[in-house]
Design a protein around this ligand. Structure first.
Ligand code: PHE
Length: 374
């Protein structure tokens, strides 16, 4: 079994006014899905390790037990996230206090790992983001960060170095996709923006009828290298989402399944077995509930709504979708209607328990988010 991370309740659920970590999120810390040998997240991590070990034996250091509680400095400043970037907003990130967060990406470890002297490394860990709810979004997921500083012999000047880095990065990740999925997989590169890379790209994979973003990457910003012991060097970096890759590889239809302890799920995966396709054991019926309300003047966000729903429903909520919005011409007030889909991965739900949850959700929406229920 994976050793538990030692993160105390007091350390995470502080009474600091800025703290927005929930009980549900606290309960996930230390689960270490990426270190449980027969778990799909660990299986895919090992497959990526195997790819890099085969390509460049002994080159990449592997770090997978770095603490998820990090400074805002490491999570944002050290990777050049601008002061006004949305990801810094407590609507998107879990803050413990103004200076401390649950990392929202494994890029939080880029700078410190360079300072430790590593020049090629893979950092794997759980990351945390406030977000909306659907089958491919969950507030805790796993990323693997890859960083490779080029050898000086690979280029003669900075411009050439940047080109070589971009080329090596794309070649490496295309080969990785082929290694994981076979050459038949449909992939596409999309231009992107990240504060820590330039140029930046995303790789998308076609899955279940839609393009799914599975990784972000790019040529590392010079400043990050320059101030962390790699002055004038060139490097590439990527950050990939292990759940997304595992969903595609094993045909897992809902991200909540990674958290189930139902043996009908867990027994389907074995360390080293990459070709298992998930066999749904049963699809229990969803139950839809609509909730309509006038938005409060003080403001409203979907992430806050979703946090409330998850607080009461836990993993029983499958999606939350805005189905109607209108502004009353005279009153100048806006009304939203959301459709919440409840569905268990493991069993049938009773009307009674769903009604109870929905009542609690409604009460908390009025109470905590100050909406006016209709
Ligand atoms: N940190 C980025 C994310 O979470 C991914 C990324 C990593 C992009 C490294 C570029 C380089 O979306």
């Amino acid at each position: 079994a994976a050793e538990a991370q030692t993160v105390s309740r007091e350390e995470v659920l502080t009474s600091h006014p800025f703290n927005n970590v929930t009980e549900g999120i606290f309960a996930k810390i230390g689960a270490n899905l990426h270190r449980r040998p027969d778990h799909p997240i660990c299986i895919i991590k090992e497959a990526i390790y195997a790819f890099f070990d085969e390509r460049q034996p002994g080159v990449f250091a592997k770090l997978e037990d770095l603490h998820p509680v990090v400074t805002a400095k490491a999570n944002f400043d050290e990777v050049l996230v601008p002061a006004d970037h949305v990801s810094r907003n407590p609507n998107d990130t879990y803050y413990i206090d103004t200076e401390t967060v649950l990392r929202c990406h494994t890029s939080a470890h880029q700078a410190e790992t360079l300072r430790k002297g590593e020049r090629a490394f893979l950092v794997t860990g759980d990351v945390y983001r406030r977000d909306t709810i659907d089958q491919s979004h969950y507030p805790v997921f796993h990323q693997m960060e890859g960083v490779k500083v080029l050898d000086r012999s690979q280029y003669s000047d900075a411009a050439e170095g940047a080109k070589v880095a971009e080329q090596e990065l794309k070649e490496t990740l295309e080969a990785l996709a082929a290694h994981l999925f076979g050459t038949g997989i449909e992939c596409r590169w999309v231009d992107a923006y990240f504060p820590f890379t330039d140029p930046s790209f995303e790789l998308e994979i076609f899955f279940n009828g839609e393009w799914l973003e599975v990784l972000g990457c790019g040529v590392m910003e010079q400043q990050i290298l320059d101030v962390n012991g790699c002055e004038g060097e060139k490097a590439w970096a990527f950050g990939l989402g292990l759940e997304r890759l595992a969903m595609v590889l094993f045909a897992i239809p809902d991200i909540r399944l990674f958290w189930t302890s139902d043996q009908r799920f867990t027994k389907q995966f074995k360390a080293g077995k990459l070709n298992a396709k998930f066999k749904p054991y049963s699809k229990y019926p969803p139950c839809f509930k609509d909730v309509s309300f006038w938005l409060p003047e003080a403001g409203f966000t979907e992430n806050n709504l979703c946090e409330v729903v998850r607080g009461h429903a836990g993993d029983l909520v499958e999606s939350v979708v805005l189905i109607d919005s209108f502004t009353h011409p005279k009153k100048q007030r806006t009304s939203h209607c959301y459709r919440v889909a409840y569905r268990s991965m493991d069993r049938s739900l009773t009307d009674e328990e769903i009604n109870d949850i929905q009542e609690n959700v409604r009460a908390s929406l009025a109470d905590q988010l100050k909406v006016e229920l209709r």
